[in-house]
Design a protein around this ligand. Structure first.
Ligand SMILES: Cc1ncc(COP(=O)(O)O)c(C=O)c1O
Ligand SMILES: N[C@@H](CCCC[NH3+])C(=O)O
Length: 380
């Protein structure tokens, strides 16, 4: 179905984020069907979008919450996620964040270093608790995605490198307030070549066998998130191929009897249901370039400026003949550019423009640079 903005929103002051909640529901239905309840436990990565109406629907669909800060843990609990469905990851958890998560008795901390494990042990002891921990390993598997969102290579700051794992496991003997319950890995985001999940599975299989040789049976495996979406032709794949994603793990991951396999998806759940809606302020033509200057910019959606990411752009007001435009924002940075040379129907001041696939890592990464006001969220 082509994108449609409800008529009553055409008069709404711009820019704003528009979220199609029925599409979110359809995505969640496809996701939960593909995960086959009981086969995979799905946690939603709040970092992609943490708006309450969105979280509440995700919780109602039965997903857990994957959080990366104390603020996200708090938001997840506010949205009604049960503490035993909350996992807390992050390479730099502060003492205050750990303390709050311990007090809430969340399901699991994804821990990334011996110094972090020591702090977890100390803070858990002080609260008279035991912190359940999955060790985030750095599997050195290339996710074949943008370098800035690759997380599972040795050069990346994330996780425990395979060479260090034996030492980390040994250190657990002296940490009685930490209980090892699993392994965790997350190799990157916007992954479209799904074979990398086969490589990840094989790495985890080897590690499990090695750990079992050392007497560690792990009830949980968390394979992270990363499933990519179609930014170029969103209407052709509004709902990501969840079955293909889970299929990779079903085929390649050697699950032990009774073991629970967890995934943490963010982008694939919420990206397509969100659109940044903006208005053309000016069309400025020179001999070389025709600029469409929007009232939204990198302050509302930083992905193109930060990663050179592509978002599909539509002029919702014009049917005219197509011309090439550089679509830019009003911010005082040359990188405040959504697209170069994109073909749009002839565009005029006042036209409404939709920047698609903006539900994930859009609003959450907004900034107030240039003293911009935060663009509101509108829901259907
Ligand atoms: C540890 C961790 N888990 C889950 C996610 C969610 O990733 P995605 O939005 O690509 O599914 C991320 C972000 O890349 C992450 O860093
Ligand atoms: N913010 C990134 C994804 C990073 C995911 C977090 N590890 C994006 O917009 O694509």
């Amino acid at each position: 179905m082509p994108f449609h903005l409800p008529a009553e929103l055409a008069q709404q002051p711009t820019p704003f984020y528009y979220y199609d909640l029925p599409l979110l529901d359809q995505t969640l239905a496809a996701l939960t069907a593909a995960a086959r309840p009981g086969n995979f436990q799905v946690h939603y990565a709040l970092k992609a979008n943490s708006n309450l109406p969105i979280l509440q629907r995700i919780r109602a669909a039965g997903l857990g919450a994957d959080c990366v800060s104390g603020g996200e843990v708090q938001r997840a609990l506010e949205a009604g996620f049960a503490p035993d469905h909350v996992v807390f990851a992050g390479v730099g958890k502060s003492d205050a964040e750990i303390n709050r998560a311990l007090a809430a008795d969340i399901f699991c901390f994804n821990a990334e270093s011996v110094p972090e494990l020591r702090v977890l042990n100390e803070l858990a002891a002080a609260q008279g608790r035991v912190a359940r921990v999955a060790l985030r390993i750095n599997p050195n598997v290339d996710a074949h995605t943008h370098a800035y969102i690759t997380t599972g290579l040795e050069a990346n700051k994330f996780g425990i490198s395979l060479q260090d794992l034996a030492g980390v496991i040994d250190s657990l003997d002296g940490l009685p307030h930490v209980e090892l319950i699993g392994l965790h890995a997350h190799i990157g985001s916007q992954i479209t070549n799904l074979t990398v999940f086969a490589a990840l599975s094989r790495k985890l299989n080897e590690l499990q066998t090695w750990l079992e040789g050392r007497g560690h049976q792990l009830p949980h495996l968390n394979v992270g998130g990363g499933l990519g979406i179609d930014y170029h032709t969103p209407d052709e794949q509004l709902i990501p191929d969840f079955a293909a994603y889970f299929g990779m793990f079903e085929q390649h991951l050697q699950r032990r009897p009774g073991q629970q396999v967890h995934v943490e998806l963010g982008r694939a759940v919420v990206a397509q249901c969100g659109t940044l809606v903006s208005r053309v302020l000016y069309v400025k033509e020179s001999q070389q370039v025709r600029f469409a200057i929007l009232d939204a910019g990198m302050t509302e959606l930083i992905r193109p400026a930060l990663y050179g990411s592509h978002h599909h752009i539509q002029n919702l007001s014009s049917q005219g003949p197509e011309l090439p435009y550089d679509v830019v924002g009003p911010i005082c940075e040359s990188s405040d550019t959504f697209a170069k040379g994109v073909l749009l129907p002839e565009t005029r001041r006042g036209d409404l423009v939709a920047i698609r696939s903006a539900g994930a890592y859009g609003e959450v990464m907004a900034s107030g640079y240039n003293l911009r006001e935060k663009a509101p969220a509108v829901y259907r």
